[in-house]
Design a protein around this ligand. Structure first.
Ligand code: D5M
Ligand code: FE
Ligand code: ZN
Length: 535
């Protein structure tokens, strides 16, 4: 259905870059954004496009700026498009001079070869963009695609929790004089004691105090937080299965300890984020939901159009944090709001929308809970079939979560299902849908993307806990809750990107008012954020 609507658009005259991109992609080409801008800037974009396409070598995948420039400069676009002498001539020339295949730095030869300077103003920008491709740098850490070993057996859960305690505990053991749970009970009453463990249980006592049971590899030990002590406030932030350190005083019978201090693994306050060495930007988005009746076709097209403009020339990376498509059978009655009912067709349609994004933008994407991968986290990156379908961009497809480093700036990408849980469990001033970044602060503090097991968040038992934040990221990027929000926690930039889906019936019924059609843009050299609105 959607393909028809895309194709129909091709019949109307080419205007915006996105139309030109659709036309090129319908013929199997991806294009550099400056190539598209150049075509759009000619008197007759359709004719220019025909001429460019006629001259492309048969193995072309990406239409390069130089190829377009050379077509524009060889003849005025108002001439007939089918001119064999020109196309053959140019092609021959290309074989000698090589610009058709030259990836970068062709400005010099362009200037000497051509007396035609009409495009000169633009060409300086274009060359800057092309040159910067060589400076791009994407590294991935923690991608567990293809590494899954868990069988779902009980012992696998034991292994994954041990790993969590080991790795997050190591960040805490230096801060307290800790003892194993079982040996604490053997210590003389009244003395000072410390422990590092997973939160096994949180309950209030009849007198209004809080009892927190910590568990380590040896057993459990109960810790009491008195209602009038400063840590009583912190208790409301606690989630089951997170790792904490506590210090306090043993009761006379050594059966319980009274908490004097409590520590989270946390991000050090002194954390200094890394920044890129040049002015380059990344667009951080998520929750595209192609296939839903509420998918915002026009907003996405406007976003893609904008990416082709000079204003967006520094946007060289696009990160998509899950929910590419609406999926099938994710929530009850979801099928009533589907525009495309077949999951593979949804990905094909998503791929068409991906093609509207300039071909020279590096894309990294992770799956979300609507995507066709296992629901339990960590979610491996898409399988080969889906990668084949979403091949428009040569996007890097990695697991949820993954740490992606762009030119030295590390970005932890996580879809964000646990945010629902953090928001449900914590008081509104600490985590709410209105301020999703504050819920992200809690995850940073706990150094784990999905601390609580057994609620919304499904955990796949693996040999290691991939959901632990081993390293502090410079940027933490999530989605899922469909609300835009960002802020800094101990110098880490937390961004929850909005979505590209207008309010669904379910969201209406529970008063979720999504932030749809926004693209937060991060300056990687300063970590400043600007928000572009497309709806
Ligand atoms: O979910 C987007 C947001 O809406 C996220 O906060 C969960 C919530 N949501 C959406 N639909 C449902 C249903 N049917 N039940 C419970 N919660 C829901 P996303 O998964 O990205 O669509
Ligand atoms: Fe979503
Ligand atoms: Zn989601």
């Amino acid at each position: 259905m959607l393909f028809f609507s895309l194709e129909n658009r091709l019949i109307v005259p080419l205007e915006g870059p996105a139309r030109i991109v659709s036309e090129l992609t319908s013929r199997g080409y991806n294009a550099e954004r400056t190539a598209v801008t150049l075509i759009a800037g000619t008197e007759n974009p359709q004719a220019t496009l025909e001429r460019v396409v006629a001259q492309l070598p048969s193995d072309t995948i990406v239409v390069r700026t130089e190829q377009v420039r050379s077509v524009i400069e060889t003849a005025p676009v108002s001439e007939p498009t089918e001119d064999p002498s020109i196309s053959t001539g140019t092609t021959t020339q290309q074989q000698h001079t090589g610009p058709w295949n030259a990836p970068v730095e062709t400005e010099g030869s362009h200037e000497t070869n051509s007396g035609e300077r009409t495009a000169a103003g633009r060409s300086s920008t274009q060359s800057r963009a092309t040159r910067s491709e060589a400076m791009r740098d994407v590294e991935i850490v923690g991608d567990m695609t293809g590494e899954s070993t868990g069988t779902g057996a009980y012992k696998d859960f034991v292994t994954v929790f041990r790993d969590r305690l080991e790795r997050l505990g190591s960040k805490l053991r230096g801060r307290v004089n800790h003892r194993p749970a079982t040996s604490i009970a053997q210590m003389p009453g009244g003395g000072a004691v410390g422990m590092v463990g997973l939160v096994n249980d949180i309950r209030s006592t009849a007198s209004g105090h809080w009892l927190i049971e910590l568990e380590d590899a040896t057993g459990t030990f109960p810790w009491l937080v008195m209602k009038d002590r400063e840590y009583a406030d912190v208790v409301e932030e606690l989630l089951c299965d997170e790792v904490l350190a506590m210090e306090g005083t043993l009761a006379d019978d050594s059966g319980i300890a009274f908490v004097d201090s409590l520590y989270f693994p946390d991000v050090p306050r002194t954390h200094q984020p890394s920044t890129a060495d040049r002015h380059v930007q990344a667009a951080l988005i998520s929750d595209v939901h192609v296939g839903s009746q509420e998918f915002m076709h026009d907003a996405w097209t406007a976003f893609a159009d904008w990416l082709h403009t000079e204003q967006a020339q520094h946007v060289e990376y696009l990160l998509i944090a899950g929910d590419m498509v609406e999926g099938v059978g994710v929530y009850p009655n979801q099928d009533e709001e589907l525009d495309i009912v077949d999951i593979y067709e949804q990905y094909e349609a998503f791929n068409e929308y991906l093609k509207l994004v300039p071909g020279d933008i590096e894309i990294v994407m992770i799956p979300g809970n609507h995507d066709a991968v296992r629901l339990a986290e960590p979610q491996p990156g898409f399988d080969e079939t889906l990668r084949g379908i979403m091949s428009a961009h040569d996007a890097q497809i990695v697991s949820n979560p993954s740490m992606v480093t762009l030119e030295g700036v590390s970005i932890l990408m996580y879809h964000g299902v646990s945010l629902d849980e953090v928001i449900a469990e914590l008081p509104a001033e600490k985590a709410s849908y209105e301020e999703p970044h504050k819920a992200m602060y809690q995850l940073l503090k706990k150094r784990h993307v999905a601390p609580q097991f057994g609620g919304h968040t499904r955990l796949a038992p693996e040999e290691r806990d991939y959901l632990v934040m081993e390293e502090v990221p410079d940027i933490f990027h999530t989605g899922h809750v469909h609300k835009l929000g960002f802020g800094k926690y101990h110098n880490v930039l937390a961004i929850n990107s909005g979505c590209w889906q207008s309010q669904t019936d379910f969201q209406k019924s529970v008063n979720i008012d999504p932030d749809a059609g926004f693209a937060p843009i991060v300056d990687l050299d300063t970590l400043n954020v600007t928000v572009q609105k497309f709806s």
